[in-house]
Design a protein around this ligand. Structure first.
Ligand SMILES: NS(=O)(=O)c1c(F)c(F)c(S(=O)(=O)CCO)c(N[C@H]2CCCc3ccccc32)c1F
Ligand SMILES: [Zn+2]
Length: 263
């Protein structure tokens, strides 16, 4: 799509000029405030299928100018939801080298260092993600809060390659690995609500599942993310660092956030 950024004249306050949904209802991310939460005993633990990829497979790691994204094969999917959702890609949102706060969703005003999103589309109803992206039941995204702490070997399976995708549109192939190792141990504790893409075109098409348990990466791993990437192309004169790529929390209006846990 067109050019949009996270700050400046094309920043999030201006997105709705070219992308009307960004100024509409059901926008994401949101702040999970206690008064919005409602326990729902019917929320089953998330079940992932074929996340344990073989290392003979290769995944494409790319810098799309807005995030670092890892392509995911179409035999990976989510079940235990009303429809079958097939994986498409995962990407991250982070802060800056000095401010370790870059998650999109927040918990009672608390922003985590970063957030990973695993994007799936409703393959039961739609042939591909581009068709599914603007349908109200089109997408399901898993959100994982990331804190800075212990080194995370699973994240290093792709973070060690970011030096090869420093600039926009650069891509490298990485050996596949068990994508479930990027998720928290507890897949039964999560926030669930109807929301949107957090980037233009901001379609209100996402069933959000955000795990309450964060994962950790080391400060060195975080800095690789927050200092290694540019949103500008390699040949461009003045490089623009890719950091602070998170949208701020949106109005919840009277949306309810379901939670699968009681405390
Ligand atoms: N936070 S978020 O809402 O999950 C989210 C992003 F933040 C994000 F940057 C992306 S992007 O990398 O594609 C750059 C701009 O769309 C996506 N893309 C999704 C939805 C749009 C259509 C599409 C088509 C193919 C593959 C992925 C996607 C995204 F869903
Ligand atoms: Zn995202």
């Amino acid at each position: 799509g067109g050019k949009w950024t996270y700050n400046g004249p094309d920043g999030e306050a201006h997105w709705s000029k070219h992308y009307p949904y960004c100024g509409g209802a059901f926008q994401s991310p949101i702040d999970f405030q206690p008064e919005l939460l409602r326990y729902d005993p019917d929320l089953l633990p998330i079940q992932v299928y074929n996340y344990n990829l073989s290392s003979n497979e290769q995944l494409t790691l790319s810098n799309n100018g807005h995030s670092v994204q890892l392509s995911l094969p179409s035999h990976m999917h989510l079940s235990s939801l009303r429809h079958l959702y097939t994986a498409a890609q995962l990407h991250l949102h982070w802060g800056s080298p000095d401010i370790l706060a870059g998650s999109e969703h927040t918990v009672n005003g608390r922003q985590f260092a970063a957030e990973m999103h695993v994007v799936h589309f409703n393959s039961g109803k739609y042939p591909n993600i581009s068709i599914a992206a603007d349908k109200s039941d089109g997408l399901a995204v898993l959100g994982v809060f990331i804190e800075v702490g212990e080194f995370n070997p699973a994240f290093d399976r792709f973070l060690k390659f970011v030096k090869g995708i420093r600039y926009r549109d650069q891509k490298v192939q990485v050996p596949a690995f068990n994508i479930q190792d990027l998720l928290p141990a507890q897949l039964d504790r999560y926030y669930r609500y109807d929301g949107s893409l957090t980037t233009p075109p901001c379609y209100p098409s996402v069933l959000w599942t955000v795990f309450s348990m964060p994962v950790t990466i080391s400060l060195k791993q975080y800095k690789a993310l927050a200092t290694g990437l540019f949103s500008s192309q390699a040949q461009e004169f003045d490089p623009v660092p890719l950091l602070g790529n998170y949208r701020k929390p949106q109005l919840t209006d009277n949306r309810v956030v379901l939670v699968s846990f009681q405390e």
